[in-house]
Ligand binder design. Structure first.
Ligand SMILES: Cc1cc2nc3c(=O)[nH]c(=O)nc-3n(C[C@H](O)[C@H](O)[C@H](O)COP(=O)(O)O)c2cc1C
Length: 492
């Protein structure tokens, strides 16, 4: 007998065996006799509620529905019920009858019961909770139908189930291949009467980013010198909020800078195809002794690569030679940028790139770009420093749940000297016994902006990640805000 058949049938047989009392009564599930919901409630198209989470569930006897509703209460998520075209009758659900509909479907790998309608507006959600009852230790096939008929690329999926007594087992991981481009969280089984507190604790423990509030507010209390905190991207991945920029670093200098940064505690390195140093960055990462999965590497496609993006992405992967790319950005807007981004979306689905975003997109550019793409950019990297604070853009991006990152955090080529000797910054730095560079980087993080200062000097690199033992006062933040001159130091 084939293994899959055994694995579907055995739990069912065990269930029946467990269920049989000496009096040979049928098993008692939490809903003793599965009575399908006679009149399913209308299922409106989900509308964003200000939250970015969606709860999608299937339920025949309303146990899973109860858990789904408690998740909604805890998260302010939008709810969508999967309704089969043909509702399940009690006889369909009879687990003691080997030819009942549920039994036949679960034993047929190709079964995909049709579902009513489609869950619209998926682009509005970053996190999808996916609930189902356990049927012979597996998810019902209607869940497979849902996953195959919706594009969940780039979403974080959180499976949950209810059952009589079985755990979630491999019922959740069996679903991964049906939405390979999603980030799957480990699933969780609940009993029908699980308390609201348990559900809230579970959600809290996952540190999900679904309410748009923390992309622009960093918890700096968790950072120590040499160990920067992380921010959760809308792709579900965590990214350090401080990194090493590698623009203009080449050859051994670049390799050594990457290694110095990783030795100093940096876990994020920023490069780009146009920098011409992806090979050196990759080599530094590989030779650092730090496990690959602890390091977050960003690279970028340049506009002259947008017309043939697949070849360009392959080249980045080959040059970096670190397995996958944590974050790929478009370097700046240009002809075919949507085409290039769509190619990056495909690489996300294939697991070769984990997160994607853009660079040099300001309010108008981002607003025009978003409707054309399926995966919201997790991050926008723009020119930001005390003389060009980009305040409106930063707010706009944070409101969209997009992380903001500063290039040229120290003012950029030809301008660094003036910024680093600014009297206000110098005074603030002296009062904290810190350097002006450290004050600027701390200012970035306190206003929710990720910074990637570039340096090849190991002492400076170390100094740049030693900004977690002091904080700027509100008054100091206001004084630095007043330094804004709206003075851009580069053309894009
Ligand atoms: C066809 C069928 C198969 C089931 N198989 C299992 C099982 O393998 N293990 C288990 O603990 N419960 C099993 N149950 C019980 C359900 O998982 C449980 O009652 C669930 O909470 C029902 O959820 P719902 O009310 O949302 O439909 C089965 C129920 C049905 C109808």
């Amino acid at each position: 007998m084939k293994m899959w058949l055994l694995s579907v049938l055995l739990p069912g047989l065990m269930l029946t065996a467990n269920a049989c009392s000496p009096a040979d009564e049928p098993i008692k599930t939490e809903e003793p006799t599965p009575i399908p919901d006679p009149e399913p409630e209308p299922n409106p198209d989900p509308q964003p509620s200000g939250g970015r989470a969606l709860v999608v569930y299937f339920s025949c006897t309303n146990t899973t529905k109860g858990i789904a509703e408690r998740i909604v209460e805890a998260t302010d998520a939008v709810i969508w019920r999967i309704e089969p075209e043909v509702a399940y009758t009690s006889e369909d659900l009879n687990y003691n009858n080997s030819s009942s509909r549920a039994n036949r479907e679960q034993n047929d790998p190709a079964a995909r019961p049709a579902i009513k309608g489609k869950c619209e507006n998926l682009a509005d959600y970053d996190v999808v909770f996916l609930g189902y009852p356990i049927w012979w230790s597996k998810a019902p096939k209607v869940i497979f139908s849902f996953l195959e008929s919706h594009d969940l690329t780039g979403k974080t999926i959180v499976p949950f189930c209810t059952s009589h007594s079985s755990g979630i087992g491999s019922s959740d991981s069996d679903l991964h291949r049906l939405a390979a481009g999603a980030v799957w969280q480990p699933g969780r089984r609940f009993s029908g009467n699980e308390s609201k507190e348990t559900i809230e604790d579970w959600i809290e423990s996952m540190n999900l980013n679904f309410n748009n509030t923390n992309t622009g507010v960093f918890d700096l209390s968790t950072g120590t010198n040499g160990n920067a905190p992380t921010v959760k991207l809308s792709s579900g991945y965590d990214m350090p909020i401080l990194g090493l920029g590698t623009y203009s670093l080449h050859g051994a200098t670049c390799i050594n800078s990457v290694k110095s940064a990783l030795a100093a505690g940096f876990r994020k390195i920023d490069t780009a195809s146009i920098y011409g140093n992806e090979e050196e960055v990759g080599q530094g990462v590989r030779e650092s002794g730090v496990p690959r999965e602890e390091i977050f590497v960003t690279t970028k496609l340049y506009p002259n690569q947008f017309s043939n993006p697949e070849a360009a992405i392959e080249e980045c992967l080959r040059k970096l030679d670190i397995g996958y790319i944590d974050l790929m950005l478009l370097h700046h807007p240009g002809t075919n940028d949507v085409k290039a981004y769509k190619a990056m979306e495909k690489y996300v689905a294939a697991g070769k790139i984990r997160s994607i975003g853009v660079s040099c997109y300001y309010v108008k550019e981002i607003d025009e770009f978003l409707p054309n793409v399926d995966i919201k950019p997790v991050l926008v990297q723009n020119e930001i420093h005390p003389y060009y604070q980009d305040t409106e853009v930063v707010k706009h991006l944070h409101d969209l749940g997009i992380v903001v990152e500063a290039w040229y955090p120290l003012g950029g080529r030809g301008h660094q000297k003036e910024l680093l000797s600014d009297p206000v910054l110098s005074e603030i730095a002296a009062s904290h016994n810190k350097s002006v560079v450290q004050v600027i980087l701390r200012w970035d993080l306190q206003r929710g902006v990720v910074a990637i200062p570039g340096s090849s000097n190991p002492d400076h690199i170390k100094e740049n990640i030693s900004i977690f033992d002091f904080s700027l006062t509100d008054d100091e933040m206001v004084r630095i805000a007043a330094l804004n001159r709206n003075e851009k130091h580069d053309w894009y």
